[in-house]
Design a binder for this molecule. Structure first.
Ligand SMILES: Nc1ncnc2c1ncn2[C@@H]1O[C@H](COP(=O)(O)OP(=O)(O)OP(=O)(O)O)[C@@H](O)[C@H]1O
Ligand SMILES: [Mg+2]
Length: 416
């Protein structure tokens, strides 16, 4: 294992998925961009739909993935940003209002109004993960994204609050700590994925990002540049594999392999004459079948999964606000033909999302399955603006601004 000294500008992200744990280590380059330096993955059987069901297995997977990433990067890390997802997550809108002291909005008013919006009754068995501002109002004037310096008497904030189940979060924390790591921050997994795969333009136009994993699809909706809704649909890549195993009577590992290599969400896209070899179960001989038979099995599940997502979008009531359509990411989004079927089902633009705006080992993390882990680094960078300042001492505009303005700039950098 690496014995190199930890560097101040080294960040680590940990995505504890239901099929595998991904650990990504990155550094901040002089341009303020994340450079991926090391990646480690380990299969995980200790998570079901985002929730830890086996502490030992998950802890071991975390340790393994961490060591691999450390070895690859040459950095050792003691602190990590961790993704949290699953059906225990819930999110809702809230409002806060405060009087503006001295008739001008400052950072302290922003802090106070956010606190006021947060002061809604959050049950004791839930933890607040994020308070994401949607818009501010000054004396009733709405649609304000940056109220700093504005004059008025009353400041209001509309925020989106994300909470998670206390016990689910405690168990995740336990696994990370048992693996010898300190938690730098907990981040909603699909918020991290979205940070990695979509642009600000897409957020402004309205977009729904769906991280399609092994056990579940985690969705996040952006309207007018900020988070408006989140949801979890408990169907993922593992269900596709299970269908292939049952439908074609083949072992689970062979089904997984067939799905990834030859799977297609639209049977009509597959050449009728193509054939594939399917391994038999329990020592039975392998068979040669048309590839279209595999696609038929997968198509049924793809159609059902995409219809569940379409239903989620309809239920959210945000469909008319999704000008940029839908971005599918996560491992299961890599299935051939899924985007084509998505366009047909959703009737709005669909694209695949992969980590963007990063440097370093981009080839290793270019697939959607690394969106969450890479996104955790990007999210961390947004929270740790000090790293940027360390890197750019000479061109630090912040120094010339007075303390408060700087604090506010950082604050807005974090939330939008
Ligand atoms: N090329 C591919 N075609 C189809 N499916 C794929 C492909 N590559 C990966 N997958 C599927 O993606 C799933 C794993 O995705 P990912 O790594 O994003 O999940 P996870 O983060 O472990 O799970 P979750 O997010 O549900 O907790 C597996 O079910 C795998 O079979
Ligand atoms: Mg995942």
């Amino acid at each position: 294992m690496s014995t190199s000294k930890p560097k101040a500008s080294v960040l680590a992200g940990l995505d504890i998925g239901s099929t595998k744990v991904s650990f990504v280590i990155g550094t901040v380059n002089p341009d303020g961009k994340i450079e991926v330096a090391g990646v480690g993955t380990a299969p995980n059987t200790g998570i079901r739909q985002g929730v830890v069901v086996n502490i030992e297995a998950t802890t071991e997977s975390i340790k393994k993935a961490k060591e691999e990433a450390e070895l690859m990067s040459g950095y050792s890390v003691s602190e990590v940003w961790v993704g949290v997802a699953g059906t225990h997550i819930s999110s809702f809108d809230s409002k806060g209002m405060v009087a503006i002291k001295n008739r001008e909005v400052t950072a302290s008013e922003i802090d106070r109004v956010i606190e006021a919006a947060k002061a809604v009754a959050v049950p004791a068995d839930r933890t607040v993960l994020h308070v994401l501002p949607r818009e501010f109002k000054v004396d009733g004037q709405d649609g304000i994204t940056d109220p700093i310096g504005m004059s008025g008497i009353r400041l209001e904030a509309n925020v989106h609050i994300v909470t998670g189940g206390q016990s689910a979060i405690n168990n995740t924390v336990k696994c990370v700590e048992k693996a010898g790591l300190k938690i730098a921050g907990l981040v909603l997994t699909q918020l991290a994925s979205a940070t990695a795969v979509i642009s600000n333009d897409e957020k402004n136009l309205g977009v729904c990002v769906v991280d399609m994993g092994g056990g579940a699809c985690n969705a996040l909706y952006f309207v007018n540049g900020s988070v408006a809704h989140s949801s979890t649909i408990p169907v993922g890549g593992q269900h596709f594999t299970h269908d292939v195993a049952v439908g074609l009577r083949t072992p689970q590992f062979a089904a997984e392999d067939l799905k990834k290599k030859y799977g297609c969400a639209m049977a009509s896209m597959v050449n009728e004459n193509e054939t594939i070899e399917v391994e038999g179960v329990g020592g039975r001989k392998s068979r040669v079948i048309p590839r279209k038979d595999l696609a038929d099995v997968i198509e049924a599940r793809a159609e059902e999964t995409l219809n569940l997502i379409a239903n989620d979008i309809r239920m959210s009531g945000l469909m008319p606000m999704l000008g940029s359509g839908i971005v599918l990411t996560g491992g299961a989004s890599q299935l051939d033909g899924l985007v084509e079927m998505g366009e047909f089902i959703f009737d709005i633009p669909v694209r695949r999302g992969a980590p963007r705006e990063i440097g370093g080992l981009t080839d290793v993390v270019k697939a959607g399955e690394f969106a969450a882990a890479v996104g955790l680094l990007l999210h961390a960078l947004g929270q740790r603006k000090d790293l940027l300042h360390n890197q750019q001492q000479e061109v630090n505009l912040g120094e010339s601004l007075d303390g408060i303005t700087k604090k506010i700039k950082d604050f807005f950098g974090q939330i939008f």
